[in-house]
Write a protein that binds this ligand. Sequence first.
Ligand SMILES: [Zn+2]
Ligand SMILES: [Zn+2]
Length: 376
Amino acid sequence: MAAKNNVFTDKETINWFKASKALNVAKQGLTDFLDKQLQNVHAALGKCCGNCPIEKLIPCPTNPYCNKRKRNYCPFHKSQKPQPCPTCDHVKQNIILQHRYSGPSWRNTRAENWAQDYWEIGKCFLPPDGYSHVCSVQESDFNGVISIMLNCLHFQTCLSSSCLSPPPPDKQCPLEKVRQIGRDVRHTSDNKVTDADQQDYFQTLSTLLADPNCLQHDPSATIACTTLRDIQLQNDHMSIEELEEYERGKADFRRNLIQFYTTKMNTVSVSPLWEGCDKPVCDIFVTPKLISIIIEKDGSRTKTNHTIQQYKDIFYNDKKLNRVLIEGDPGTGKSTFLIKLALDWCEAVLLHNPIHLSTFSDVDTLKDFQFLFTFH
Ligand SMILES: [Zn+2]
Ligand SMILES: [Zn+2]
């Protein structure tokens, strides 16, 4: 298999395999530490009554949660009106004080479980979107783990000061650099890492895992350090196991892309004059009338009278097309069509939500594409 051979011999691709593996190892190595520290945070914040969901504890309107869509209707507070509860408000205040940017991710958390579940408090320190269904530190990804350590001020007390100086969000902050490694490796366009970067990644991750304050004495972190050294020394050919790692890396990337489309791109503004008036694309979408245009090799265009009625008409002629251009006058719904296409793709390849209405009936056609990128 030609593709397999290329993958196995390219040095920078192998570096990427190793870096990607290093991130998983580092995350594993930090998990026990994070678990233990979040239990400490939980114990220090005070007890909740256990009956108040987060909607009750947040006044209306609070941005960005109460992005009011209609007068007197708040999508965030639709099931619960705000109502003060001195016990829970006290804990809530403490969480805000513990947050580096005073901006806990309320949408991620179930406040009624704050009393018995330290992870529900930990989730307040995760990035704002996409983590509400993550049930534990173990299930969280590398970015989530590092984000908690960056956002929760408690970690200043259990990491050495050099880890957090200069303080975040300064890009020179060593812990910010760690997070950036995760982003660089996961969001690469070519799955390649240079030798210099690879060395730098391993050095930075090992330094964190051997941090003299607590991690140095943490058995999981110590094992992770040794494993990192082994990976780095491994000779540069790839086993079946590494090939699986590569496939997992691709799967991760696809999951990230789907998360992005379904959480960041799923609404459109319905009026340029009325800021914040965004609607879910699926609620307002109307299939535009599309006709196919044939572009000849010399660049000349011939309009056909063939109306597009299926995804097959867009993505296949005789064979599968890799690039498709959608043209039209301003305001005819090109962007909305593309967002809807991205959401349909998410449904076809992963989500399979039975109530999702796809633009064309042959949504399964989109399964033929491992990745779908839309450019506006
Ligand atoms: Zn509200
Ligand atoms: Zn309460």
